[in-house]
Design a protein around this ligand. Sequence first.
Ligand code: PMP
Length: 408
Amino acid sequence: MTMTYDAFKAQGLSIDMTRGKPAAEQLDLSQALIDDVGRAGFLSRDGIDCRNYGHVLGLPEARELGAQLLGLPATQVVAAGNSSLELMHDALAFAMLHGTVQSGPWGRAGEVAFLCPVPGYDRHFAICEALGIRMIAVPMNDDGPDMERVESLVAADPAIKGIWCTPLYSNPTGAIYSRETVRRLAGMPAAAPDFRLLWDDAYRFHHLTDERYTTPDIVAACAEAGHHDRALVFASTSKVTFGSAGLALFASSPRNVDWWQRCVSVRTIGPDKLNQLRHVHYLRDRAGLERLMDRHRAILQPKFEVLDASLHALLGDVSDVSWTKPKGGYFVSLFTPDGMAKRTVELAAQAGVVLTPAGAAFPYRVDPRDRHLRIAPSCPNTVQIEQAAMAIALSLRRALDEGARQAR
Ligand code: PMP
C-alpha cells in the first residue's frame, strides 16, 4: 500500500460509519411525503378523522398496506408508530410485566433468557440487557442461526423464552435464513410453552441485487407446526421512507394481536394516524413500495460495490481476514484475525474514521474472539467509503504489526 497510517491520519478526515442510517439522497426520494401533506388531508378512506384519538391498532388502510407488505391478513397486522424497535421493546416489556397469552408475567417467574445469534443487532441486545433478560449467544451461519445448538438449548431449558431473528439480510452479516432454518425454528419443541420468535423483518424489501430474496411466512409456518402464538413479527418503513418518521408494523396470531391490543391500550390512545394516512397515499401498495426500493438500491448498491472492491484491493492479501458481500440490508461484517478488532477500531478512530464499537454485535458487548467489525456504508459517499476502507486497512495492518512486535 502506498499510503501510510500516519499520512492518512495527517489528512484530518472525519467520517462516521457507526450506524446504518439512510443517506440524505435516500431521504430525498420520499420528499413527497412532506410536500403532499395537504393532498393526503386528514380523512381516511372510511371517513375517520385522523386528527383525533382512537384506532389503537392503526388506520384500517394502513393495516391493509401492512398486510400486503407482510403477506398476512390485515386483522393480524397492527400499524403503529414510527419505530419497530420500540414495538420489540414493548412486546418484551409486556411479557415481562403482564405475561403472554399462555403465561403470567415472565418477570415474576424467575430467570428469563433469550438466544442471541451472533454477530447480531446491538439494539436487540440492549433491550434484553435493560429488561434483565439473560443473553445466550449462539453462532450465526450464512443460512441463519446454528439450529442444532438452538434446538438443543430450547428443548432443555424452560427459562429460554425466545430468540432474536432477523431473517433476511441480517444485521450485521447479511445472512439469509434458509427455508429449512425457518421450518426448524417454527417447529422445534420448546421447554417453555410460551417460547417466542422475535422476528425482526427490518430488511424485507432492502435488496442489493436483481434477486428479490424472500423468507417463508413465519406466522403460517408456526401455525402449521401447532405453535400458533410463537412468532412476533416486526417491520417498518424506516429505511423505505424516513428513519424515525416511518410506519412501524407488528403482526402475529389473532390471539397475540388481542394480547397486544390489551397491553398497548394502557400505553396509548392511538398511533399517529396522520402519518399512516400520508404513507398510504404515498406508497399506495406493495408495488409502489418496491418501485421506491429500486431507487434506494440504485443509491446503495454502488456504495457496497466500492466498499467491497476497496477491501479486496487493500486487504485481499492479508490472511485470516474476510468480509461479507451482502445481497441486501445495510451492513458488511469484516472479520479480522483473533484479538485485532478493538485495536483496529481504536486506530481508525484516531485516524478520523469512527466505526461501530468492536464487540457491539455481541451480548454484553463482548466479542469473545475480538475479531468482528460492523461497517455501515449507507450514509457516507463513495469517496468517503474508499477513505474509510483505507483507514480500516491501515489500522488493521498497524494492529497486526503491533501484535507481531509484542510477540517477539
Ligand atoms: N431492526 C434491525 C435489524 C435494524 O437494523 C434496525 C435499524 N438499524 C431496526 C430494527 C430499527 O428499526 P426501526 O427504525 O423501525 O425502529
